[in-house]
Write a protein that binds this ligand. Structure first.
Ligand SMILES: Nc1ncnc2c1ncn2[C@@H]1O[C@H](COP(=O)(O)OP(=O)(O)OP(=O)(O)O)[C@@H](O)[C@H]1O
Ligand SMILES: [Mg+2]
Length: 270
């Protein structure tokens, strides 16, 4: 296994540094790999909320992906927020053109406060086209509900939703349980052959800004370094858990987590 991989991140910028591209770069770097970026939107936000979102034109997003990847070939790709049909189509085109492999899709659709971030047409194309093209899709509960039209209130519901996503053409699914009101937190990994449930104690904290972004980029890093997808999910979840546990408590709202929770990189690969 080579620890030092090259990871391409396609996502939005979070000026507060806790989520989005900033969280992705910190995660990839702290796991010993090399981060490259294609920025899809620029947001002004802090731990209390989003003030503005400026979308980057789809052509420019493709330019970033293609010009960068032609020179340095990514070992894996993490896709985060894609705000419109046009952007999803451009990203798909670039993925095909450059034959990018090992893609993790975090289908960001709902903000922490519950606001829907992308329109219905974009959801449809994500569901019909993009999901099939990637190796793993990592919805949280509200996103899994939108993608499957199911209500999710339990682990059993999560399993059912994952099956619906497999039927839609997803190869591997990780449904994140952070939004369920349970003492233990369960994330469920499913493909046609296996089901794995990762259980962790729910940490009592308001500092969970960027947990989803961090998790998907950590998974992309482990996967790019040669771990299996299932192992990458297990290690990624552990990385996020440690980062929440040691969060620095910055800001007055949902504070960031501690991406640099350990400098001993090799330890994080065991
Ligand atoms: N309070 C918590 N304690 C322990 N683990 C947590 C907690 N909250 C979230 N996690 C973990 O963080 C990871 C991301 O899950 P979550 O459901 O928060 O994703 P998300 O909603 O996409 O996050 P975001 O709001 O950043 O987009 C999962 O592995 C989840 O189990
Ligand atoms: Mg999320």
């Amino acid at each position: 296994m080579k620890i030092n991989s090259k990871i391409l991140i396609i996502a939005g910028s979070d000026s507060s540094g806790g989520a989005g591209i900033q969280a992705d770069i910190k995660s990839v770097t702290s796991l010993g790999s090399y981060a490259m970026t294609a920025i899809t939107a620029v947001t002004a936000q802090n731990t209390k909320g989003i003030n503005s979102i400026i979308p980057i034109p789809s052509k420019e997003i493709s330019n970033q992906i293609e010009f960068t990847s032609k020179d340095i070939k990514p070992d894996s790709v993490k896709i985060g927020m894609l705000h419109s049909t046009q952007v999803i189509k451009s990203v798909l085109k670039s993925i095909n053109k450059l034959k990018l492999k090992k893609i993790i899709l975090d289908p960001v659709m709902v903000a922490k406060g519950g606001a829907k971030l992308i329109d219905d047409k974009a959801v449809l194309i994500l569901k019909k086209k993009l999901i099939k093209k990637v190796d793993l899709v990592t919805p949280n509960i509200p996103e899994a509900e939108i993608l499957t039209d199911l209500r999710i209130k339990s682990l059993l519901d999560m399993k059912d939703a994952a099956k619906v996503l497999l039927n839609l053409g997803a190869k591997n699914v990780l449904i994140k349980g952070g939004h369920l009101e349970t003492k233990n937190l369960r994330d469920i990994f499913v493909n046609k052959r296996e089901v794995a449930i990762f259980t962790n104690k729910k940490i009592k904290t308001k500092n969970t800004h960027g947990t989803g972004c961090t998790l998907s980029s950590a998974i992309a890093t482990y996967y790019g370094c040669g771990k299996t997808l299932k192992k990458s999910c297990e290690l990624g979840i552990r990385y996020v858990n440690n980062a929440i546990e040691t969060s620095p408590n910055f800001g007055k709202g949902n504070g960031p987590i501690n991406h640099l929770n350990s400098f001993i990189i090799k330890k994080k690969f065991k």
